[in-house]
Ligand binder design. Structure first.
Ligand code: AMP
Length: 280
C-alpha cells in the first residue's frame, strides 16, 4: 500500500503502478473509516486493477462549523485499517491543491431537482461542496470507476447525475449500506454516540423498516406518521422523513408506481446528525 500526501506523490505512485494502462477504481472518503468504507474498498479492489482511497474532511460541504470541528479524524488508525485491504494507494489531498487560490472556490454546477430537497434543503450549500470536491478528486485520480455508498443515497444520485457533465467515461457505482448487527447504518458520526444513544438511534432503521412492512396495507401518509412516531418516541429530533421515487427523490403520495421507492430520513441524536434510507 502506497501513501500519497500530495498530488505530485499521487501521480508518482500511479505512474509506478502503470495506471495509464490499467483500470482504476476510486473510493473517496472523509476518513474515520469503518466496515462500510472498507466494503467499498473491497468492491473496488475486486473489480479494478488499482484502487485509490482518498481521505479528506472537506470543509466546503459542512454548513455547520461545529459539525466540521467535531467530525472524527484518525489518520493513523485509517492507515492501519487500509493496510488490511487490497487498496493500492491511500491519498491524503492537500487543501490548497483541491482549492487553488487562483480558482473559484466552488464549481459552477447545480441540480434543480436534487439540490433543494432533503440534505440539500437542511444543509444549504452541502451538495455544491460535495460536487466540487468530488469532481476535483476525480480530476486528480482520473479513475475509470468510483464507488459511493447508498447510505448517502441523495449524494450518490447527485454524483451520478453530475459526473457526465465533467467526465465522459467514468462509471459511478453504488454500494449497499453496511449495518451493525442491530440494523444501525455504520457511520463515522456513530463514534460520537454514547451506548444508550446507539440504542435509541436504532429507531431510525426501525422506522424505515416499518414503511416497508406497511406498503399497500395503509396509506403512504399513515405509514409515514407511524414511522415518525417511532423516531419521536425514542427522543430523536427528526429533520425529515419521506417516501420517494428512487430515481428523482420526488415524494410519492400513493403506492404502486412502477419504479422502486426509497424511504429517506435525517434525525439528530443529541447533537449528532444521522441519516439513513431504505430502498424497496
Ligand atoms: P464518508 O467518509 O462519510 O464521506 O463516506 C465515504 C463513502 O462511504 C461514501 O460514499 C459513503 O456513502 C460511504 N459509506 C458511509 N457509510 C457507509 C455504510 N454504512 N455502508 C456503505 N457505505 C458507506
Amino acid at each position: 500500500m502506497l501513501i500519497a500526501r500530495s498530488l505530485k506523490e499521487l501521480h508518482q505512485h500511479l505512474n509506478s503502478l502503470n495506471a495509464q494502462n490499467k483500470i482504476v477504481g476510486f473510493v473517496p472518503t472523509m476518513g474515520a473509516l469503518h466496515s462500510g468504507h472498507l466494503h467499498l474498498v473491497a468492491q473496488s479492489a475486486a473489480q479494478n486493477d488499482i484502487t485509490v482511497c482518498s481521505i479528506f474532511v472537506n470543509p466546503t460541504q459542512f454548513n455547520n462549523a461545529n459539525d466540521f470541528d467535531k467530525y472524527p479524524r484518525n489518520n493513523a488508525k485509517d492507515i492501519e485499517l487500509l493496510e488490511q485491504t487490497n487498496v493500492s494507494i491511500v491519498y491524503f489531498p492537500v487543501y490548497d491543491e483541491l482549492y487553488p487560490k487562483n480558482q473559484p472556490k466552488l464549481i459552477d454546477y447545480t441540480d434543480a431537482g436534487l439540490f433543494g430537497v432533503f440534505e440539500g434543503l437542511f444543509r444549504p450549500g452541502h451538495f455544491q461542496g460535495v460536487v466540487t470536491v468530488v469532481m476535483r478528486l476525480f480530476n486528480h485520480v482520473q479513475p475509470n470507476r468510483a464507488y459511493f455508498g447508498l447510505k448517502d443515497y441523495q449524494q450518490y444520485l447527485v454524483i451520478k447525475r453530475a459526473t457526465p457533465s465533467f467526465f465522459k467515461n467514468l462509471e459511478i457505482v453504488g454500494i449497499e449500506t453496511v449495518r451493525n448487527q442491530n440494523g444501525l447504518a455504520l457511520s463515522s458520526r456513530n463514534k460520537r454516540l454514547k451506548q444508550n444513544e446507539l440504542t435509541l438511534a436504532l429507531s431510525i432503521s426501525q422506522a424505515l423498516n416499518s414503511i416497508k412492512q406497511n406498503v399497500k396495507h395503509t396509506s403512504v401518509e399513515f405509514a409515514k406518521q407511524k414511522a415518525t412516531q417511532i423516531i419521536n418516541a425514542a427522543g430523536l429530533k427528526l429533520e425529515y422523513f419521506d417516501v420517494c421515487d428512487v430515481n428523482d427523490l420526488k415524494s410519492i403520495e400513493e403506492w404502486g408506481s412502477e419504479n422502486k421507492n426509497v424511504a429517506v430520513c435525517a434525525a439528530f441524536m443529541g447533537d449528532v446528525r444521522l441519516i439513513d434510507n431504505l430502498i424497496f
